[in-house]
Design a protein around this ligand. Structure first.
Ligand SMILES: [Zn+2]
Length: 435
């Protein structure tokens, strides 16, 4: 599998935040601030890293190419230095969100109306820089107003300008994956217009299906309200991780299917805490029982073995059913119950079944659910990567030494020390530890 996560770093809403808090004084800086925080949060959540994290600002030539193709094929038109997608030219427009064209009133900002042929046409390329009037509503009242046009711009066949929001995803997707991708993921709020527009511009340009499956994620709510900064009812990922720990947060996410809206609240988190506690304790009890001498007796607990087989089967069936993590989690909890019962009720253990149980927790709960059975919480993402990177630097240092570049080798050692990595040169080569 090749996994790509793209970042929007060119956008009116980013420009609107210039100068706010410590976000930065340019569109690039504000975008970088949020991008790096998102990546950090994803690592904190123990999410698998993508192979590539492309950004819009690095793909403007590909975006311009795609817009040119759409103009050539008659799906887009230039108007006043901007380029719009002609929704009436794409027969399937509305197929993802199940709407007919006459049901769609309009999209885009007010001042585009006079430039467009159909109110539902959307911008592929916007002339000039960001107009301060367009971002006024997104700009915090305490901040100084932006007087002049601002944000990044690029040269194009239609004059200086910047990409519209939707087109970037199609261009980046085709650059890093293919014309057709297997799975496209995103929040439910992006179905229309964003994903609808991605389909239209991609399929109009290539004549191929854009995405085989769309996985739309339900939004997080707090006590019936959408979690949002304007309502002040939100908790950041890093706050949640600090307060509950990654395993409880992940257990919480595994209590509802991804398509459903999920409520975040004290009760829900307490429930997640209890569940994780049950799982972790059952796992540890099984590990301890395996290590104890009582495990060498040749006992066969058929009921326990049956429960184990059932867990694997139910877990697999649930995950194959559109990632029904709720059912899969229930299967793991049942295994915890069966394993606890076996350990509590017997003086001699079924070693094979206990061993298999430990493996099931580590494989299904650990590898699939990302819970930290048998390792430190948060270990997998950040720490493993950091260790791999330090190993890589140490290999380079060895190569420098072998080539006689001792000064360079010492510099690398000092650079690592400055980052909090202490290197020790032993007889078997260098070892290191994080300070
Ligand atoms: Zn997108």
């Amino acid at each position: 599998m090749r996994h790509v996560e793209n970042f929007t770093d060119v956008n009116e809403k980013i420009v609107a935040r210039i100068g706010e808090d410590d976000f930065g004084d340019s569109e690039e800086d504000v975008a970088e601030y949020f991008t790096s925080h998102v990546i950090e949060d994803m690592r904190g959540l123990n999410l698998k890293r993508a192979e590539v994290y492309p950004r819009v600002s690095e793909h403007v030539p590909e975006i311009v190419d795609l817009v040119e193709t759409l103009v050539e094929r008659g799906y887009a038109y230039e108007s006043n230095g901007s380029v719009y997608f002609d929704v009436t030219a794409f027969e399937d427009y509305g197929k993802l969100s199940n709407q007919r064209l006459d049901e769609i009133e309009s999209q885009g900002v007010e001042d585009e109306r006079s430039e467009k042929r159909h109110p539902a046409d959307f911008a592929l390329w916007k002339a000039g820089a960001v107009d301060p009037d367009d971002i006024a509503e997104h700009r915090h009242a305490d901040l100084p107003a932006i007087d002049d046009a601002c944000g990044q711009t690029w040269e194009s066949p239609w004059g200086e300008g910047r990409p519209g929001w939707h087109v970037e995803c199609s261009a980046m997707s085709m650059t890093h994956l293919d014309e057709t991708i297997d799975i496209h993921v995103g929040g439910r709020d992006l179905v229309f217009p964003h994903h609808e527009n991605e389909i239209a511009q991609s399929e109009a340009a290539t004549g191929q299906q854009f995405a085989r499956y769309w996985l739309h994620v339900g939004l997080l709510q707090t006590a019936g309200d959408k979690m949002s900064s304007s309502l002040g009812n939100f908790l950041t990922v890093s706050d949640a991780l600090e307060e509950y720990g990654v395993d409880v947060v992940r257990t919480f996410y595994c209590s509802t299917g991804y398509r459903s809206e999920q409520t975040f609240g004290e009760d829900e988190m307490r429930e997640a805490e209890e569940r994780w506690d049950r799982l972790e304790r059952a796992y540890e009890a099984a590990v301890d029982a395996c290590d104890s001498t009582d495990a060498y007796a040749k006992v066969e607990d058929d009921e326990f073995r049956e429960a184990l087989a059932e867990t694997r089967e139910s877990f697999r069936a649930a995950m194959n059913d559109d990632f029904n993590v709720r059912e899969a989690m229930a299967a793991l909890l049942e295994l915890a119950t069966a394993s606890n019962r076996h350990v509590d009720d017997n003086d001699a253990y079924d070693y094979w079944a206990l061993r298999e149980t430990v493996e099931a927790f580590e494989e299904l709960g650990g590898d699939v659910f990302g819970l930290s059975f048998g390792r430190e919480a948060g270990e997998e993402g950040t720490v493993t990567l950091a260790e791999d990177l330090v190993d890589l630097v140490l290999e380079i240092r060895e190569a420098e030494r072998e080539a006689g570049n001792y000064e360079r080798a010492d510099d690398l050692r000092d650079d690592l020390a400055a980052l909090g990595v202490e290197v020790h040169d032993g007889d078997d080569g260098p070892t290191f530890r994080f300070e």
